[in-house]
Design a protein around this ligand. Structure first.
Ligand code: BGC
Length: 750
């Protein structure tokens, strides 16, 4: 930014620029030509409301599937297109920054905003969010990625303190943010409400400056979540560029802090300068004549919805429904006529149009197929409605096939509160159980934003997860059920058998304003797979109306050293009868090592479309990071040399190809410092340690060979003993002073 402009701003103007002018826009300085820019909620569509209103009716816009659905497409190109379409709608409505996407990790299935987040896996979340941002920003509209950081629940959402160890932060909760910063440079990042390890996220210099800017090279601005600032001058000093919304109390505090010398004016200047860079950039992209094609965007939204649907189960190939062989279909569930296609809260979009599954099926089915609709439940109360239930049973019994739509009503999934269990409403579960008694050909369609428990799944032939699929989800669902579209979604989160199996279940959502992430890096499949727990449906799972065969996994090199990348390839063949898309997944399983690591982690993925009988050569390049873990002492990513297993899967539990790859890392680990309490075993890892054993052990009356002998009982006891204890046993032959001398020598290096 022009430093001239900065010097013309008064202290008061600079302080005022640090918070909004109203609920949604930045403060302008007209005399200097500094414009105001407008922000609106997203992330799955534009939610532009009046500047004075927080949760009122917004302008009509295309409601795309929410992030859990988008993530289940595993299709970065498609999500880019959705981002670009949302960007175009922002241009049309003169919105410069869209408040989204949210890339927080689904720590628990109960998280109230899980429907707004992508995944339990940071790589998947980061890559898809980066695509959405790149699409949006290709139109000159900025993204504001939220909620930075460790904001994974709604309970005590504005006051909670997330206690997370450094390695877990780096490997799980910061990674998606890191990916989007490095890949997409969003215009803005939103600092979360909560504290992270005792410091408000909006006041954490470590998060907002050291990690975000200094380490990751972030060039945009940091905006507070709405009302997240507690001490404006501290937030500013930490690296916050804009407090939202307007707060008349903040500017006087900032001015006072500058005048008293508590806050250096250069810090304020830095924050203002960053902010104005983004304000001018976004303002320059305004287009007064922008427009968009409502029908085209509706169709795109349908494509995303269709690609997000996950066929969880399909016994006897019940799906797609063979209409030629049918005369009637029972369509059951209130959701069939009153679709729920998005979550509640600040992300709610006023959909430009919507079509229910009932309407869409009516349009698509030939005259000879009768639709027997029954409501089955109502969503007003969580109780079984006997009359609705028995009418639904009758409809199912007299039809050839039953399609039952169940899921989570708005009251179960909303910003501001977490779920207390993973069940569907009782009325929905009972409906499915009763229908299954009278109609073996039952397809259950799930409508929900996060994993649920399915106690009747074993009895049911077909289950299709359709998520909160946006305004065109009714039509996308109808087309999928009838085979006009082939499902290709894969789960972006594990469906555990029950909530208690989830690794965070004993520490969620915490208490007394504190939530401890005690399960550490073992989130989602990282936990279930390491623990070898059975799950209902694994991460990455999803069937198709066709089948795929994987073959010939090959590496360009069998041994990969530090700065090399690993190239791998294999063949994928469509072995079924219809065109289809497969999400191929690469998992890396580390050698067993001193540092504990999850059994496997997702390292790469792609979505490949193939005609029946066609084969594709699939290639990936794995970077070093795929093999590494975060070393807290070194404050960097490290690789333990050894044999890694590269697993190619159709899901995390359906591994089709597997091969070992030797990785050699020369990167030095932090130098170990030995002290009196280092064990004999630790000492033996040091080149001089062996000499110590040879020389000193005879003094204690121990034969050095005993220490090295593989099968001696004494060895086990000796190895785990702190070396200082040996002084006691030497009866003065080896003193503590001698030990200290020796330690000095060992720690001094070669
Ligand atoms: C939410 C944000 C949202 C903001 C503005 C906050 O309460 O946490 O996600 O963007 O409100 O509506």
């Amino acid at each position: 930014m022009n430093s001239d402009l900065l010097s013309q701003l008064s202290l008061e103007e600079k302080a005022k620029l640090m918070s909004g002018q109203d609920l949604w826009s930045t403060f302008p300085v007209e005399r200097l030509g500094i414009p105001s820019i407008y922000m609106s909620d997203g992330p799955h569509g534009l939610r532009k409301v009046d500047p004075t209103v927080a949760l009122g009716e917004s302008v009509p816009a295309t409601c795309f599937p929410t992030a859990s659905a988008m993530a289940s497409t595993w299709n970065a190109d498609l999500i880019y297109k959705a981002g670009a379409a949302i960007g175009q709608e922002c241009l049309r409505h003169d919105v410069q920054i869209l408040l989204g996407p949210g890339v927080n990790i689904k720590r628990s299935p109960l998280g109230g905003r899980n429907f707004e987040y992508f995944s339990e896996d940071p790589l998947l979340a980061g890559i898809l969010a980066a695509s959405l941002i790149l699409g949006l920003q290709s139109k000159g509209v900025g993204a504001c990625v939220k909620h930075f950081a460790a904001n994974n629940q709604e309970f005590e959402r504005m006051i909670g303190n997330s206690i997370v160890d450094e390695r877990t932060l780096r490997e799980i909760y910061l990674t998606a943010f890191e990916i989007v910063v490095k890949e997409a440079q969003p215009y803005a990042i939103m600092a979360a409400y909560n504290q992270v390890n005792g410091i408000w996220a909006s006041e954490s210099r470590r998060l907002l400056t050291q990690i975000l800017r200094d380490e990751w090279g972030y060039e945009g601005i940091v905006i507070s979540d709405w009302g997240a600032v507690n001490h404006p001058e501290k937030a500013l000093e930490a690296g916050l560029n804009l407090e939202m919304p307007d707060n008349p109390l903040s500017a006087p505090k900032i001015i006072k802090a500058v005048e008293s010398g508590e806050l250096a004016e250069e810090e304020l200047d830095k924050m203002v300068s960053n902010l104005l860079n983004v304000v001018f950039k976004a303002d320059a992209n305004r287009q007064s004549k922008a427009s968009f094609d409502i029908v085209e965007h509706h169709e795109l939204s349908k494509e995303v919805a269709a690609e997000s649907m996950v066929l969880l189960k399909n016994e006897d190939s019940l799906l797609p429904i063979q209409i030629e062989e049918l005369s009637s279909i029972a369509l059951i569930g209130n959701f069939a006529k009153h679709p729920r296609y998005q979550g509640a809260g600040s992300s709610r979009v006023n959909a430009s149009r919507s079509e229910s599954t009932f309407e869409a099926l009516h349009e698509l089915l030939p005259q000879h197929v009768q639709i027997n609709y029954a409501e089955g439940y109502n969503n007003e109360a969580d109780e079984v409605h006997m009359q609705l239930l028995s009418t639904a049973k009758e409809a199912a019994a007299k039809s050839d096939v039953a399609i039952v739509l169940v899921g989570l009503p708005d009251s179960f999934e909303a910003e501001g509160s977490d779920r207390s269990h993973m069940h569907l409403p009782k009325s929905h579960d009972s409906l499915v159980e009763e229908i299954l008694k009278v109609q073996p050909n039952t397809v259950v369609v799930l409508i929900n934003g996060s994993a649920v428990e399915l106690p009747w799944a074993d009895q049911c032939k077909a289950i299709l997860e359709s998520w909160l699929g946006g305004q065109a989800s009714g039509a996308a669902l109808a087309e999928t059920l009838l085979g006009i579209r082939n499902p290709s979604g894969k789960l972006s989160e594990t469906f555990p058998l029950k909530l208690e199996h989830n690794s965070s279940s004993l520490n969620f959502p915490g208490e007394n304003r504190k939530v401890e992430y005690k399960e550490r890096i073992y989130i989602g499949y990282r936990y279930y797979d390491t623990k070898k727990l059975p799950v209902m449906y694994p991460f990455g799972h999803g069937l198709s109306y066709t089948t795929f065969e994987y073959s010939n996994l090959a590496f360009s090199d069998q041994v990969v050293a530090d700065d090399d990348t690993c190239r791998l390839s294999f063949f994928l063949k469509n072995t079924g009868n219809v065109r289809g898309k497969e999400v191929v997944q690469v998992y890396v399983s580390p050698p067993s090592a001193y540092v504990d690591r999850p059994d496997q982690k997702l390292a790469a993925f792609d979505k490949i479309e193939l005609d029946p009988g066609a084969t594709a050569l699939v290639e990936f390049i794995l970077e070093k990071r795929a093999f590494s873990y975060y070393d807290v002492d070194l404050e960097d990513w490290l690789i333990d040399s050894g044999s890694f297993e590269i697993r190619i899967g159709s899901s995390s539990r359906d591994i089709r190809l597997c091969k070992s790859l030797e990785i050699i890392s020369e990167k030095a680990k932090p130098k170990k410092v030995y002290d009196r309490y280092s064990t004999v075993a630790e000492l033996l890892e040091h080149p001089k340690g062996k000499a110590y054993v040879d020389k000193m052990m005879p003094l204690f009356g121990v034969d050095p060979d005993t220490v090295r002998a593989e099968d001696h009982d004494m060895r086990i006891i000796l190895m785990s003993m702190p070396i200082v204890k040996r002084c006691n046993f030497s009866h003065g032959a080896y003193t503590e002073e001698m030990l200290d001398e020796f330690l000095k020598e060992v720690n001094a290096g070669e």
